[in-house]
Design a protein around this ligand. Structure first.
Ligand code: FAD
Length: 499
């Protein structure tokens, strides 16, 4: 294809997830092209600023036509980007089109980091297709093994019903990415009791995709072509309520049956045949083999235990989707494989920006902020990247946005509201901190991280109503030494106190 055929656009955004769509929406008057691999895009709806930094919103999967109708300056092309030629300011798509840009923003998200590749019994959950595949296989499963200790694993083990779950975590406690051992202990009983009936209806509008591109009206269920578990199709990452509206039910009549194996990782995976042979080789008596039972796949953990199961879910994080952009360019990549970005969301290539899960924030962060590959940060980064692209084009100064002052995240785990603020797990503080904890079993768990008498982080589980007060205390860095443990005295109305 010659350069003559390349289409020109001031701004080009790659990726129709939350980061890319939010970025695109910030240019209401400029011609902008959004290139995306999947037929559906993700849009933020019902956005609410809960407090100075906490935000809450719903997510809608939409056909791209809705975005184009709302913003006539936006052109959405459904084709994956195959190559970036940064020096020529040009990207090429799989369908052979070329686009010249003045400013480019890469928002291609990530894909599951599977602990093993090409094993049909090992699934990753990332997008609608993989969630659908998971649901399908779960419906006939009696036992699954979940590997990983992040948000996805946490949600999964809680949501699955009618199937025994063996949950292998490498840490001493569950949910290590979000919690300390105390919070984990607060949550564990929820795994041992029946789940309450879900009263909340599914908040996210869904569209069915039947075949490659066909889109129909919103529907409560997906109809998605079966693309197989190892398919690396580039759909958007699912979001906070990914399991709502999908029945995660196995083949048994049990509610919860979760067994946690702590401080272990995967040693080896065996097919049924390999396992049988290995047992014969090791001269294991038939009685030993029958203890483990007959299963399609077996997993041996580093703690020496072996479990047979129907399949294994690998929920061990994501790998940023950077491949199409690296070849022939000098894009700096961080140790976690994300594209390094500075405080203007700019990569090491001029006029190339990145936002969301694909990037790694490499500026000197505020003492109360850290990057986590989360929904909220994808929105904030996409929004801020657009502002930087516009300001840089006009050579106007722009300051790092306030949302990067304080890490804040609001979510739900095990049916509890969870708010995380600042250095909620004393990240990077070493010994230089003290913790105050208040816990009422089955009701609330409140943890405050103090450093030199000032609040630097908090974990709030349950309806504590403390988020705004604590957010203020973290932001204003008031010296709280005089209050000591009274800070969490349930008989003191702390909200009134610090008002
Ligand atoms: P994505 O949403 O992954 O979007 C990437 C986009 O890029 C897609 O549209 C894709 O089609 C496109 N793309 C990829 N490659 C190309 C290419 N070469 N060319 C063109 N387009 C391309 N976060 C929370 O905050 N709370 C939660 O509770 C939560 N739960 C989660 C549960 C699951 C199961 C998963 C998988 C993630 C969860 N997350 C959660 C994380 C959250 O979904 C992500 O952080 C967020 O969606 C990232 O948004 P993004 O726009 O950067 O990337």
């Amino acid at each position: 294809m010659t350069d003559k055929q390349a289409k020109r656009s001031k701004f080009v955004v790659v990726g129709g997830g939350i980061a890319g769509v939010t970025c695109t929406e910030q240019f209401p008057s400029d011609q902008i092209v959004l290139l995306t691999a999947a037929p559906l895009i993700k849009a933020v709806t019902n956005f609410k600023q809960v407090s100075k930094t906490l935000e809450d919103f719903d997510v809608e999967e939409q056909p791209s036509s809705i975005l184009q109708e709302k913003y006539p300056n936006v052109r959405v092309i459904q084709s994956a980007v195959r190559q970036l030629q940064a020096k020529e300011h040009k990207v090429q798509t799989e369908n052979g089109e070329e686009f010249n840009y003045e400013k480019l923003c890469i928002c291609t998200g990530g894909r599951p980091k599977l602990f093993t590749q090409d094993n049909p019994y090992v699934l990753g959950i990332r997008d609608t297709d993989s969630a659908q595949e998971f649901q399908k296989r779960l419906s006939t499963a009696k036992r699954i093994v979940v590997i990983g200790n992040g948000g996805i694993a946490l949600e999964l083990v809680y949501e699955v019903e009618g199937c025994e779950v063996i949950w292998a975590v490498k840490d001493k406690a569950i949910g290590n990415t979000f919690f300390d051992a105390g919070a984990a202990q607060f949550l564990v009983p929820s795994l041992e009791t029946d789940k309450p009936e879900r009263a909340v209806p599914c908040k996210r509008t869904r569209y069915t995709t039947d075949g490659a591109n066909a889109l129909s009206a919103p529907s409560g269920a997906f109809v998605i072509s079966d693309r197989g578990v190892q398919n690396q199709a580039l759909g958007s990452a699912l979001g906070p309520d990914w399991h709502e509206g999908i029945k995660l039910k196995g083949a048994q009549e049990v509610s919860h049956r979760v067994h946690v194996e702590y401080q272990c990782e995967v040693q080896k995976i065996y097919t049924a045949e390999d396992f049988r042979l290995s047992q014969q080789r090791d001269s294991q008596p038939a009685s030993e083999m029958s203890k483990v039972g007959l299963w399609p796949v077996y997993i041996q953990l580093t703690n020496g235990k072996t479990y047979g199961c129907d399949f294994i879910v690998s929920a061990t994080g994501v790998i940023p989707n950077t491949e199409p952009f690296l070849h022939g360019n000098s894009l700096a990549v961080a140790v976690d494989s994300g594209l390094r970005v500075d405080d203007h969301m700019q990569t090491s290539e001029p006029d190339v920006y990145a936002a969301g899960d694909v990037c790694t924030a490499c500026w000197e962060p505020s003492p109360m902020w850290q990057q986590m590959r989360l929904w909220t940060q994808a929105r904030q980064m996409g929004w801020y990247a657009a502002r930087c692209m516009a300001a840089d084009l006009l050579q106007e100064p722009i300051e790092l946005d306030f949302c990067f002052e304080l890490f804040s995240h609001i979510t739900k785990f095990f049916n509890y509201k969870v708010v995380l603020l600042g250095k909620f797990n004393a990240q990077g503080l070493g010994q230089d901190h003290e913790l105050l904890v208040r816990c009422t079993k089955g009701h609330e768990y409140v943890k405050v991280v103090l450093s030199q008498g000032r609040m630097v982080g908090a974990v709030l589980i349950g309806d504590t109503d403390l988020e705004e007060t604590f957010e203020n205390l973290i932001l204003n860095q008031m010296d709280l030494s005089a209050y000591g443990e009274e800070l969490l005295n349930p008989n003191i109305d702390i909200e009134d106190y610090f008002d």
